[in-house]
Design a protein around this ligand. Structure first.
Ligand code: MGD
Ligand code: MGD
Ligand code: SF4
Ligand code: MO
Length: 698
């Protein structure tokens, strides 16, 4: 007779790089095996829902291919030949490599490189403590949020907005440039609840008829990078038809008269020619948001991933300032709440140890940095040693040809701390096995809602896996990096961080499960003033001094349009040689490059494809499922075509970031994407590419 398994249920937090930051209920079977993972029904934003990827997390945490031992390279770089070594030896070798890099070129030759594979603050950002304590090169984190945040804060002066739960009280939800059915499923829960309860209309704005667009009452299919034109024409109609809230404009905005005059020529016919929408569609959208005062604008990341992305984000954000939607419950705009928490990060990031004048390198330009591009190196020494946590640049970073050549450099030492043998780990000299979120303690904030949450250790890790914190502590001891944070446990760091931030204690948070940090209504709706000294929304931002915290250099701000507009100039426009515009939108079953290792996600996504309009396919003699090559000045990618009518002609969509080696010649989609830094502060224009498409004959 077999004993009944013992099932415990624990609360946790999804650690992945997703605005939803779901509160989880996790089954632990017999103290060590993860069972079902559900969305917490007690959490006001998660509301009992998680995405399918995380519901089947047992596949990822108990994956047979997880790294469980430190490894050292035994064959040529990238050969995949490694031998197990002890932790002491692995950390000694890594510390020794960092010491010799610093001895030869100064500490800036070492570049700790990280991103948000875990969103836990201790495990994600602790690497900065080592960086600052040692004077290693800085990282300007541009790969995801820079364009979007710059555009939003340009208008509001602060990265915050309407409580996303207020969507339930809205009569019109505009889902603009995000595909939440794939990327943050909980947004749909709240939007659909508004529709069900009060007949709210759902509008979606995207460049292909994705599953979010299919759920919309009004689906606006724009050409890539033209959202600024749509926003301008909508505002033109609002002024023209008396839907501008002139009292609000006078009290809360900087230059409504200049805006109105500027928009006089930007009418629906003008925007129709640019966006590909009909005049009727633009008029319908404008009438809807003009007559529905409590319209909720949910502005996503996707439409900011173009070289004019900050301008487009700002332009869309100007609409609720014209209608005065911010005055109403359920109205206004929301992009990210990352600005509301005000946590004191000194202990986690070692900000007090930071040395002035240390160079800061652009994360997205890792290919250029490693290939010795003098501008990317900011005139400083070469990078000869990397420590990588929570990111997989040999897959996700633009300009992959440079990235791969850079990682292959014989004089470069690379230590990768990972959960799986990713493409980046394969290029390493030392590979260290990492814990997963249920195997370590961490603290989380959320971009997509307003809670501070915990994710505590619930099971032991497999094999010899160690947490990011433990690796950093081990390296700090060997390198002589002094900081209080290296002498503390993650729990002690969490407790101290909460206390020093006026957010209670670890024990209190553990008892309460979550802390709701939502600012009061008047503040969230900016009714007590926008985040600029005069309290006014900026239709005409001073782009050079937008108040977002970042370490990078400023882009060519002089060229940015002074008022919301269609800014064509920086786009990778279609040309006779490269007649198609390519976007690399997210796949449903992968999360960036994570979950490309789990069997169910792989089975559902099948293989890399590019969507093409059937008429374009016919014009190029391309049939369903046939092999094609996408080509631009950076390289060529071979994948299969799939015919999709829900696209504008001349537009291609390649969903996902498959590993390079999922493509027949080992070149993945980021072979084609660029790392040039868009205005005003850099970023990565993943959806702004021009390419040619060629049919391959076999
Ligand atoms: N399943 C899944 N979930 C994810 C991710 C994933 O890869 N897969 N990634 C996670 C991460 S790191 C992030 S930052 C978030 C991002 O999530 P989102 O905010 O949703 O942003 P994107 O995924 O970049 O793109 C969203 C949509 O923008 C569209 N788009 C592209 N260009 C334009 C344009 O010019 N105009 C308009 N209107 N739309 C455009 C794309 O076609 C896509 O449908 O998602 C997170 N969640
Ligand atoms: N073509 C194209 N490229 C893109 C995008 C796109 O839309 N199109 N999106 C971009 C965006 S928005 C982003 S954010 C980036 C993200 O790209 P990545 O930073 O690569 O994103 P993730 O897949 O979230 O996580 C990376 C790795 O972190 C590891 N990891 C997770 N938790 C831990 C941990 O606790 N410790 C350690 N040591 N490792 C851990 C995971 O195993 C995973 O391999 O990709 C960008 N690249
Ligand atoms: S929706 Fe996002 S936060 Fe929620 S479980 Fe899925 S990946 Fe995690
Ligand atoms: Mo991202």
């Amino acid at each position: 007779m077999t004993a009944q398994p013992r099932i415990e249920r624990h609360s946790s937090t999804c650690p992945h790089d997703c605005p939803s930051v779901c509160a989880l209920d996790v089954e632990v079977i017999d103290g060590g095996t993860i069972g079902r993972v559900r969305g917490s029904a007690r959490h006001s934003y998660t509301a009992g829902v998680v995405c399918a990827k995380v519901a089947r997390y047992a596949e990822r945490i108990h994956h047979p291919d997880r790294l469980t031992k430190p490894l050292i390279r035994t064959g040529p770089k990238g050969s995949g030949l490694f031998a197990p070594i002890s932790w002491d030896e692995a950390l000694d070798r890594t510390a020794e490599a960092f010491r010799s890099a610093a001895a030869a070129h100064g500490p800036e030759a070492v570049w700790p490189y990280y991103y948000a594979g875990t969103m836990g603050l201790v495990m994600r950002d602790g690497i900065n403590r080592l960086r600052h304590a040692m004077g290693y090169s800085g990282q300007h984190s541009t790969i995801c949020t820079t364009l979007a945040w710059s555009g939003f804060v340009a208008g509001t002066g602060r990265l915050a907005g309407t409580d996303p739960r207020e969507m339930a009280e809205s009569d019109c939800v505009v889902i603009w440039g995000t595909n939440p059915v794939h990327t943050q499923v909980n947004l749909m829960t709240h939007a659909l609840a508004a529709r069900k309860a009060r007949g709210a209309r759902i509008v979606a704005v995207d460049i292909y008829d994705n599953p979010t667009m299919k759920q919309a009452d009004l689906a606006l299919l724009v050409r890539p990078g033209t959202d600024g034109a749509l926003a301008c024409a909508v505002m033109h109609v609002l002024f023209r038809d008396g839907h501008a809230d002139r009292d609000y404009l006078a009290r809360y905005t900087d230059c409504p008269d200049a805006l109105e005059a500027h928009l006089a020529t930007r009418d629906p016919a003008w925007a129709a020619a640019i966006t590909g929408l009909s005049v009727e569609e633009i008029e319908t959208f404008a009438r809807l948001v003009g007559t529905t005062k409590n319209t909720f604008f949910r502005l996503g990341y996707g439409f900011s991933r173009s070289r004019n992305g900050a301008v487009n984000m700002h332009a869309a954000l100007c609409i609720p300032a014209v209608t005065g939607a911010w005055r109403h419950r359920g109205g206004g705009a929301f992009h990210s709440n990352s600005g509301i928490y005000g946590l004191d990060k000194r202990l986690i990031e070692g900000l007090d140890a930071r040395r002035p004048g240390v160079r800061v390198l652009d994360q997205s330009q890792i290919g250029r940095v490693l290939m010795g591009d003098a501008e990317a190196l900011r005139g400083g020494p070469p990078v000869t040693a990397l420590l990588i946590q929570n990111t997989n640049p040999v897959s996700v970073a633009p300009e992959q040809e440079l990235v791969k050549r850079g990682f292959a450099r014989e004089d470069l030492f690379v230590c990768v701390h990972e959960q799986f043998m990713t493409e980046t780990a394969r290029m390493a000299d030392v590979v260290l096995p990492a814990t997963m979120f249920l195997e370590h303690d961490d603290l989380y904030t959320s971009g997509g809602h307003q809670h501070i949450q915990l994710g505590l250790k619930r099971v032991d890790p497999p094999g010899a896996c160690r947490s990011n914190h433990d690796v950093l502590t081990g390296l700090a001891a060997r390198l002589g990096a002094a900081h209080l944070g290296f002498a503390m446990s993650p729990r002690a760091i969490i407790d101290a961080t909460l206390r020093e931030s006026g957010r209670g204690t670890l024990a209190e948070l553990e008892a309460a499960e979550v802390l709701d940090a939502q600012p009061p209504f008047a503040q969230a709706h900016y009714l007590d003033g926008f985040g600029y000294p005069d309290g006014r929304f900026r239709f005409s931002p001073d782009w050079g001094s937008v108040p977002i915290a970042h370490d990078g250099p400023r882009g060519p701000v002089a060229t940015l349009p002074p008022l919301p507009d269609h800014w064509e100039a920086p786009l990778a426009a279609a040309t006779p040689e490269h007649p198609f515009r390519l976007a690399t939108s997210p796949a449903r079953n992968f999360l960036n490059s994570s979950f490309t290792e789990t069997p169910t996600s792989l089975a559902k996504e099948r293989y890399p494809t590019v969507m093409i309009h059937p008429d374009d396919a016919a014009a190029h003699g391309i049939g369903e499922g046939e092999w094609v090559r996408l080509v631009n000045q950076r390289g060529a990618v071979t994948l299969r075509a799939t015919l999709f009518p829900g696209l504008r002609r001349g537009v291609l969509i390649a969903e996902s970031i498959w590993p390079n080696d999922a493509y027949p010649d080992g070149r993945g989609i980021n072979t084609l994407t660029g790392a040039d830094a868009p205005a005003p502060f850099g970023g990565a224009a993943f959806h702004d590419n021009h390419v040619a498409i060629e049919r391959l004959r076999h």
